[in-house]
Every structure is written in structure tokens, then in C-alpha cells.
Design a protein around this ligand. Structure first.
Ligand code: HEC
Length: 481
């Protein structure tokens, strides 16, 4: 040790790190930050292990995940630990954030530490979101599609962010690689650097101590061994919880992602349930407000809190407003989360029918309900769910693969021909606007009700500048016989 100390100053460094004053004495209130670091370490170790086997491409992502589950020794355990580690890490971070918030520890001179902390939380959520796609099973695919479409609905930057995330006209290998790069390189690097900065600034400021207006009198507690002992106990408990969950409740790998599965109801990770609940509560016209405006404002408010809350007091009794608002926010987050989960359960129950996957930005149930009164809207919902993957939401199709429906004379032409195409599908070359297409249009007879087929045909004949007569359910029924 002496030899090492002489050459590196290692012992002095450790001593400096361990001798830190804990104002007001060591306390179990202070353990959430250090437990979060341990959770991060578990994520990094298990994550590196997973990269040994995981192969990011549409042809291999699901297959390699399945391989880890079934063939790799302890593979399922490590994947499960990674999965539950994320949940535990986010829960610990949320507790850490709440504690700092309630105790007013974000106040001067700790503003920078707070901003870095909120950013760390955000980055961890990004990790949760990007990691969700990687197994490439049904839930990964459709839940990520919802997330990507929500980013696309943002004003100004939305389209740009969406095309950055998706990296192509539809989700596929490029998307998996993009998410993989973000999940494995970009965000972890940022996270580790910022966590270092967070600790560095923490050491500069020292611990904030209990929520009182005067610094505690008397001798401060010691980090070593008292606080470190408590940190270790709680970190160990957190780790034990991960291990127990990982063994008892390994996440299920569903069937491989299949864009044509139209009855699967995706569900987000629990930490996004609240956002999802808010989305489901919002009427379709306010979707962007629910998915983009509210979360962005909330984040800004959180980041700028040290400058918004200018009350210099820290004693709890002196800060009734902030505490009340915090309590309300917690209740709303939990409440909307429960609502979101219930909405998913209900949709999954019904999906034997046709609730199906939500496209664009979910809310499809409200849209379906509205559809009874407005067949065009119902047609649009069906279109976005069943047809847009190929013909695109804009109706423009994809050059060389899927013909455009917008400005397509065949679509606005003979009703009977269009009904036949949608009912029975179509193969063989066809020409639209001078371009030849030769693919396979699936048959929808039996997949959609006659009413839905009538609505979707009426819709494609009357959007994107198309204008043609409506098709009735009776007309479809006559051909479907
Ligand atoms: C899996 C991709 C896919 C899906 C999903 C799909 N289509 Fe198609 N669609 C095609 C292809 C490919 C063609 C061209 C077929 C050919 O070359 O003969 C086509 C052709 C058509 C045509 C004929 C266009 C013409 O110029 O004659 C219509 C109308 C149409 N689709 C409507 C729909 C509707 C409505 C839906 C949803 C209910 C839908 N499609 C879903 C791939 C798809």
C-alpha cells in the first residue's frame, strides 16, 4: 500500500474521499443517490454482458435475444437483471429527486447539481425508452412505434427527431441500430460523465443537511464509517430486490415483431404509464398538448425550479406551497399511471375485436368511439392502423414498393374495383402516374368488418386532395358474399 501511495497518491485520495462531513449526522435519508449509482453499475455490467450476444438488426435482434434466453448460461438471469435493474434504478432516482425536492436541497448554491441531476433522470428515461425496442418482439416494436410517432407529432422539430430515431420510412434494421447506438454508446457515455460531474459538484458544495433554516449545530456526522454503512445496507437491499425480481419475474419475450399484426395492444414500461394515461385522457385534438407540451413544460419547470422557487428557506413549515404542489404532482402521476394501465388492460381484453395497435399517437379508442358518428374519422383510424404501414399516412406510398393512394385515379375511380381490391387483395403489375408497382396487396375480407372496409375506402377516396363518392357497407357486403 505504501509503495502504491508513494507512486500514485492512492491512499490520500481514498482518505479524502471517505472523510466528508455529514451535517446533522449520517441518515438513511441520504442513501438514494448512492444506491442509484450501484444500480447504474449493475446496468453497465449486465449491459456489457448482453452486447456479447445481442446482434442489432431486424433479422437478428429478436433471434439473438431468444438465444440469450434459451442458450446462454445464466443468459435469462442477466437479461432479467438488466430489465429489473432499470426499474429499480428509475425508482431510486425518483426517490432521490423527491427527497432533494422536499428537503429544498436544490437551493443556492446547489442549482447546478440539481440541473445535472434532473438531466441524469431524463437520460435514464431515454435509456429505458431506447432499450425497450431492442428485443424486437411485438411489444418492443409497437410500443416503440407509438413513442416514435409521438416524437414525430411535436411541432417544429418533430419530423426531424422522428426521422433521426427511425432512420428510414419504416421501422427496421436502421431503427434498431440507431436505438442500439443511443442505448449502448451515446447515453451511457453522457450519463457516466454527468454522474461524475454531479458527484464532483456535490463534493464542492458538501451535503445540504436536514431541511432547516440554520445549519445544524454540533459535530457533523462522518461519512466513513457511518454514512457509508447506511449507503451499503440500502444498496445491498436494492441489489437483492433486483435479484429476487429477476429470478421470480423474468420479462417475457413475445413473438417476433410483425408489422402486420393488427390486434396486438402494446404497453409501455411502468415509468411511462403516466404519460400514456395523460395521452389517453386527452381528446384527439389535444394529443400534442398531452404528449409534447405538458411533458416539456413539466421538464422545464423542474430544471428551472431553483430559479422559480426563490424562497431561501429550507424548513418544511416555511415552504407549504412547494410541498403542496409536489404532493399534487405525485398524486397526478400515480393516478394517470393507474388510468393508463387500466386503459391498456381494457384494450387488450377487447383486442379480440379490433382495437388493435394504435398508430400516429394512440388515442385510437376515443377515435373509434367518435367514429360511429363520423365515418371519415373511423376510416382514417382504420387506415392508420392497417394501411399506413405500406401506403403511408400521407397516402404517398413508397416508390418502387407501395403505390400512392393520393392522386391515384384508380382509387377515386370505379367503386366496385376498389372494393374488390381491398376485399380480395391484389397482385400483378399496376401503373400509377407512369410508375409501375408489382407487389402484393393483402386481402382484408375477414380481417376487417364490411363497415370498416366501407369506411376506409371512403376515407382513401376523400383525403389528401382525393374526391369521390362514399362507399356503403351494403356495397361491400354485396361483393363480400
Ligand atoms: C403490406 C402492405 C400493404 C398494406 C398493409 C395495404 N396495402 Fe394496399 N397495396 C399494396 C400493394 C403492394 C399494392 C399494389 C398491388 C399490385 O402491385 O398489384 C396495393 C394496392 C392497393 C390499391 C390499388 C391501387 C391501384 O392503383 O389500383 C388500393 C385501393 C389499396 N392498396 C388500398 C389499401 C387499403 C385501403 C389498405 C388498408 C385496409 C391497404 N391498401 C393496405 C400494399 C399494401
Amino acid at each position: 500500500m505504501q509503495w502504491l501511495e508513494e507512486r500514485t497518491g492512492f491512499l490520500t485520495l481514498i482518505k479524502n474521499l471517505l472523510t466528508e462531513d455529514v451535517p446533522g449526522g449520517a441518515s438513511y435519508w441520504y442513501v438514494f443517490g448512492s444506491a442509484t449509482i450501484i444500480a447504474l453499475a449493475v446496468q453497465i455490467v449486465t449491459g456489457i454482458f448482453l452486447t456479447f450476444y445481442y446482434a442489432p438488426s431486424a433479422a437478428t435482434a429478436w433471434e439473438s435475444t431468444k438465444f440469450i434466453y434459451e442458450k446462454v448460461t445464466f443468459g435469462q438471469f442477466v437479461i432479467s437483471l438488466h430489465y429489473w435493474g432499470a426499474s429499480v434504478m428509475i425508482a431510486l432516482m425518483a426517490l432521490h429527486l423527491l427527497q432533494v425536492l422536499v428537503w429544498g436541497a436544490y437551493k443556492r448554491p446547489r442549482e447546478i447539481m440539481w440541473v445535472i441531476g434532473v438531466t441524469l433522470f431524463l437520460l435514464t428515461l431515454v435509456l429505458g425508452l431506447t432499450g425497450y425496442l431492442l428485443p424486437w418482439d411485438l411489444n418492443a416494436y409497437f410500443a416503440s412505434q407509438v413513442a416514435i410517432n409521438i416524437t414525430g407529432s411535436a411541432p417544429i422539430l418533430g419530423e426531424w427527431i422522428k426521422s433521426f430515431l427511425q432512420d428510414g420510412p419504416t421501422m427496421g434494421t436502421l431503427t434498431i441500430n440507431r436505438f442500439f447506438g443511443i442505448h449502448v454508446w451515446l447515453v451511457p457515455a453522457l450519463l457516466v460523465m454527468l454522474a461524475g460531474a454531479h458527484l464532483f459538484v456535490f463534493r464542492h458544495n458538501g451535503a445540504a443537511g436536514p431541511p432547516a433554516d440554520r445549519p445544524p449545530t454540533g459535530k457533523p456526522g462522518r461519512f466513513w464509517p457511518n454514512q457509508l454503512f447506511m449507503d451499503t445496507v440500502v444498496s445491498f437491499i436494492a441489489f437483492a430486490v433486483m435479484v429476487v425480481l429477476a429470478i421470480a419475474a423474468p420479462p417475457e419475450l413475445l413473438n417476433k415483431a410483425d408489422p402486420n399484426n393488427s390486434t396486438f395492444v402494446p404497453s409501455p414500461a411502468w415509468y411511462f404509464l403516466s404519460l400514456y394515461g395523460i395521452l389517453r385522457l386527452a381528446p384527439p385534438s389535444l394529443e400534442v398538448v398531452a404528449t409534447i407540451v405538458i411533458p416539456t413544460l413539466f421538464l422545464l419547470l423542474l430544471l428551472l425550479l431553483p430559479w422559480i422557487d426563490r424562497n431561501p428557506r429550507r424548513a418544511l413549515a416555511r415552504r407549504p406551497y412547494l410541498l403542496a404542489i409536489t404532493a399534487v404532482v405525485v398524486v397526478v402521476v400515480v393516478g394517470t399511471g393507474i388510468f393508463g394501465q387500466n386503459a391498456i388492460n381494457a384494450a387488450a381484453l377487447e383486442s379480440g375485436g379490433n382495437v388493435g395497435v394504435c398508430s400516429v399517437a394512440c388515442g385510437s379508442e376515443t377515435q373509434l368511439a367518435a367514429g360511429a358518428a363520423n365515418p371519415l374519422l373511423a376510416g382514417k383510424t382504420t387506415y392508420l392502423q392497417k394501411c399506413a404501414a405500406c401506403h403511408q399516412a400521407s397516402g404517398a406510398g413508397l416508390p418502387g414498393a407501395f403505390p400512392p393512394l393520393a392522386g391515384n385515379a384508380a382509387v377515386t375511380g370505379d367503386e366496385q374495383a376498389v372494393i374488390a381490391t381491398v376485399l380480395n387483395g391484389k397482385t400483378g403489375p399496376l401503373t400509377v402516374g407512369g410508375k409501375t408497382f408489382n407487389g402484393a396487396m393483402p386481402a382484408w375480407k375477414g380481417q376487417l368488418t364490411n363497415a370498416q372496409i366501407a369506411q376506409v375506402i371512403t376515407y382513401v377516396r376523400n383525403d389528401w386532395g382525393n374526391k369521390a363518392s362514399a362507399v356503403t357497407e351494403a356495397e361491400v357486403a354485396a361483393q363480400a358474399k
